[in-house]
Design a protein around this ligand. Structure first.
Ligand code: FMN
Length: 324
């Protein structure tokens, strides 16, 4: 089995779970890890929010030992807030600090942060330098291919990240203007890999073992990172781990297995966030697990009404009864 090193952090060269704000919470990440995700990244947290001691921002930084090796992810565009934010982030003992220079949403990019930094190499470099200087753990940077098709500058951006001391770069093979549509351009990931000496993590459109193997082959990347392909599907990490460990492929999960893992993830979510918030957030997670099932549309409607853990158990009972 191959491993890669990000700074002093050793990571199995299989597949990592990408950061997903509002989706890849600690329960999601723990489940992915349990099934074999090599490394997980937390939801993005505002550097300015942390510097102002915003309690909600800090809550998002919590990592449990079951998730390690794990990163927290920070976003922002004001270097002066970085030292305070890193000091607070490090209280949560992340193995790595990842810097978000790829987020396209207006609330982030509209304020000069996230993917907007790919249009401002000077400020991008200042942010990475400030993070590396303040941090006691390796700093990685997550970028896109560029702002739009006319401004593909992932290679230049990754080089700046390396020069400023980043320990790895994650490349999502889309431009900012693509948001999450169209397909990821893996050739840009390959070009970045050719241009820097730090590890390159490839991301975009990996939804199966075959796609994971293809991304390694076509880009030469050091690690593959998966976001949406992991929705309600931690078995993808198991299958990728089996492949690289040379174990025979296992059958797809049965209905009972899917329902059990869904239940366990949501129970953990409720344990972390309480029943009121946990069950609200569980609605989307449950719908991910039930996608593609017979009567999925009906079950999705019922997921939208989940309010208590007992509602979840009733839904599971109903699905089992209707699929006997
Ligand atoms: C719901 C959602 C939330 C996301 N949140 C973040 C985030 O907080 N930080 C980040 O760097 N990327 C975020 N992303 C982008 C993913 O990490 C990833 O780069 C992108 O989805 C492409 O990978 P995929 O094709 O495997 O989904 C998010 C994506 C989704 C779908």
């Amino acid at each position: 089995m191959d491993y890669i090193n990000i700074g002093n952090v050793k990571i199995k060269k299989t597949a990592a779970l990408a950061p997903m704000a509002g989706v890849a919470d600690t329960a999601f990440r723990t489940t992915a890890k349990r099934f074999g995700a090599a490394y997980v990244v937390g939801e993005m947290v505002s550097i300015k929010g942390l510097a102002y001691s915003d309690r909600k921002s800090a809550e998002l930084l919590t990592i449990t030992d079951a998730e390690r090796p794990a990163a927290v992810q920070l976003f922002g565009s004001e270097p002066e807030f970085v030292p305070k934010a890193v000091e607070i982030a490090e209280r949560y003992s992340p193995d790595i600090i990842d810097f978000n220079a790829g987020c396209p949403v207006p609330k982030v990019a509209g304020n000069g942060a996230g993917s907007a930094l790919m249009k401002d190499p000077k400020l991008f470099g200042e942010m990475v330098t400030a993070l590396v200087k303040a941090s006691h753990v390796p700093v990685t940077v997550k970028i896109r291919t560029g702002w739009d098709a006319e401004h593909i500058n992932a290679v230049e951006t990754a080089r700046i990240a390396e020069e400023c001391g980043a320990s790895a770069v994650v490349v999502h093979g889309r431009t900012k203007t693509q948001m999450y549509s169209g397909s990821a351009d893996w050739s840009v990931i390959a070009a970045v890999k050719q241009s820097v000496s730090i590890p390159v993590i490839g991301n975009g459109d990996v939804t199966s073992v075959e796609r994971c193997v293809s991304m390694y082959r076509e880009t030469g990347c050091d690690l593959v990172m998966i976001a949406r392909g992991a929705y309600g599907n931690p078995w993808l990490f198991r299958d990728i781990d089996d492949y690289f460990e040379g174990r025979p492929a296992q059958p797809a999960p049965t209905l009972d297995e899917r329902l059990n893992v869904m239940r366990e993830q949501i129970e953990l979510l409720v344990k972390c966030k309480g029943e009121f918030i946990g069950m609200k957030e569980a609605r989307a997670q449950a719908a991910f697990y039930l996608k593609g099932m017979t009567n999925a549309a009906k079950y999705r409607g019922l997921c939208g009404k989940l309010s208590t853990q007992d509602d979840l158990y009733e839904l599971i009972k109903l699905i089992k009864k209707e699929n006997e």
